[in-house]
Design a protein around this ligand. Structure first.
Ligand code: FNR
Length: 188
């Protein structure tokens, strides 16, 4: 069946290369996946003071995650970790205690950087956070994308055939992973 994927872009920048990467992944994904972005920009900074009464932005985030079958994180690396805005969104979604939105929700992690190691350190950081949040993750393939000038256009078109094939293969594996997790343990 078609599955709905909620995707997070870890960058808030207007010219984000990871937003372009997300568009490329959507273009190259198999037909069985539909995509909806889960926005993180307007969330206040989380504190557990909000737990008794979540504001609309926090509730919207949790509702958005609840309404999708699986998650995809497309994130830059900032100072060898995930950006603060993405960590803030994860903290919001993981709470209030006992209402962790990630529990059992399949996820995958990918990211692109203008640097050579392509977000490898940030992705490890994100994987440990998602592990703690009890999200089943696609372990393999991994994808550390070195984004050079002209590689991905604003509309997500990939200029290099090898990169396009690799990203398409990543999404094919993601579809198989999501299907496997949701078939073994139907989520809704
Ligand atoms: C960076 N950048 C970066 N790159 C990297 O590979 N490892 C890193 O640790 C960092 N650290 C870092 C910190 C901060 C605060 C910024 C603004 C940038 C460079 C980064 O790869 C580049 O800015 C990308 O364009 C970020 O992706 P988005 O935001 O354009 O999607």
């Amino acid at each position: 069946p078609p599955y709905t994927v909620g995707y997070f872009v870890g960058s808030l920048a207007k010219a984000s290369v990871n937003r372009r990467l997300a568009k490329a992944l959507i273009r190259l994904a198999p037909d069985g996946l539909e995509f909806v972005e889960i926005p993180i920009r307007d969330l206040p900074l989380y504190s557990y003071d909000y737990d008794a009464d979540y504001p609309p932005e926090g509730r919207a985030l949790k509702d958005a995650i609840a309404s999708v079958d699986a998650l995809l994180f497309v994130t830059p690396e900032y100072n060898r970790a995930i950006p603060g805005g993405l960590k803030n969104a994860i903290d919001w979604a993981s709470r209030p205690w006992g209402q962790n939105s990630f529990a059992g929700k399949p996820s995958a992690v990918i990211g692109g950087s203008i640097g050579q190691i392509g977000t490898a350190v940030a992705q490890q950081n994100l994987r440990s956070v998602l592990s703690f949040c009890n999200s089943p993750q696609m372990n393999s393939p991994e994808a550390y994308i070195h984004i050079t000038e002209g590689l991905i256009a604003d509309d997500g078109e990939v200029s290099n055939d090898g990169t396009a094939a690799f990203l398409g293969g990543f999404m094919e594996s993601y579809y198989e992973f999501v299907t496997r997790v949701l078939t073994v343990v139907p989520q809704r």
